[in-house]
Ligand binder design. Structure first.
Ligand code: G3H
Ligand code: 13P
Ligand code: ZN
Length: 307
């Protein structure tokens, strides 16, 4: 059933678990996410970036999700706009049928971020749609980073308190040291859990972890074995994901893990049988590989068996 983002995340916030927000750019990713949710009995957030919307067309994005929610009516699902950059982008998504949007104005100054977020919240709430915003910048924290540098990049908990009160945003993504993609940390993985707990205490709303892919060893290995290159790649360890959920994270954004798992399986078919050109022979194992990663993630985040 297609529901508001709030409906899924308030329950997760009250019961202290995380819900995977999985990106999709095609039918195969969406099907894998729904099938995993069905098997793990988990709620889901499916999210499309502006790039994904450009690739598929917004009517296709909404149409596919509506078809899937009919196919799996017992699964609570929110359709979320990932990293919306403008008011227009959020408005278009809301009018097309999204039930949750992110306005990412984190690269603007605090005041501009606050005022743009407030504008989106006012519009979204009159349409029954939930809103996510971001504070701080997404980037890994190096071992030798100074306290001042850290303060300049990561979320400021006091600002987060003011921001949430003034904008009435539904959930917040605080930068605590993660980054997007496969190369998250130069040295040992490090996240600022103390800062996260402070933000949770002062805001008391669902929080979002961006850049939450873990790149488990078996996923990296599968990609490497096909001749792929992931030199220097590092994800967020599973223990860190669980620690962030204890600290108040409820929405866990995951894209890179699905991409790597899918492409490893596709590359394997290409390597094993150079004569193969039936798309289904590549994509079926690709979907199986993504599904395995998603089910395992749901168990780690605690959303499995919640429906
Ligand atoms: O936040 C980043 C997501 O992985 C989406 O990436 O903009 O390449 O679709 P994309
Ligand atoms: P990953 O690149 O770690 O999968 O993060 C995805 C994300 O944050 C989407 O908003
Ligand atoms: Zn993100």
């Amino acid at each position: 059933m297609l529901v508001q983002g709030n409906e899924i995340l308030h329950k997760a916030h009250k019961e202290f678990y995380g819900v995977g927000a999985f990106n999709f750019v095609n039918f195969e990713m969406l099907q894998s996410i729904f099938e995993a949710a069905h098997q793990a009995k988990s709620p889901i957030i499916v999210q499309a970036s502006e790039g994904a919307i450009k690739y598929m067309g917004i009517d296709m994005v909404v149409g596919m999700v509506k078809t899937m929610e009919k196919r799996y009516p017992h699964i609570p699902v929110a359709l979320h706009l990932d990293h919306g950059t403008t008011f227009e982008s959020c408005k278009n998504a809301i009018e097309a049928g999204f039930t949750s949007v992110m306005i990412d104005a984190s690269h603007h100054c605090f005041e501009e971020n606050l005022s743009l977020t407030k504008q989106v919240v006012d519009f979204a709430h009159t349409h029954g749609v939930s809103v996510e915003a971001e504070l701080g910048r997404l980037m890994g924290i190096e071992d030798n980073i100074s306290v001042d540098e850290k303060d300049a990049v990561l979320v400021n908990p006091q600002e987060a308190e003011i921001f949430v009160k003034e904008t009435k945003v539904d959930y917040l993504a605080p930068a605590i040291g993660t980054s997007h993609g496969a190369f998250k940390f130069k040295g040992e993985p490090k996240l600022d859990f103390k800062r996260l707990q402070e933000v949770k205490k002062l805001t008391n709303i669902p929080l979002v972890l961006h850049g939450a892919s873990a790149i488990p060893d078996y996923v990296r290995e599968a990609f490497l074995q096909t001749g792929g290159d992931l030199k220097g790649s590092r994800g967020v360890p599973f223990e860190f994901l669980q620690e962030s959920i204890k600290g108040g994270i409820n929405k866990v954004n995951t894209d890179t893990d699905l991409r790597i798992a899918f492409m490893a399986a596709v590359r394997k078919v290409a390597n094993d049988d150079p004569t193969q050109f039936d798309l289904r022979k590549f994509f079926t194992p690709g979907m199986e590989a993504m599904k395995k990663v998603i089910i395992e993630r749901m168990q780690i985040l605690g959303s499995a068996n919640k429906i």
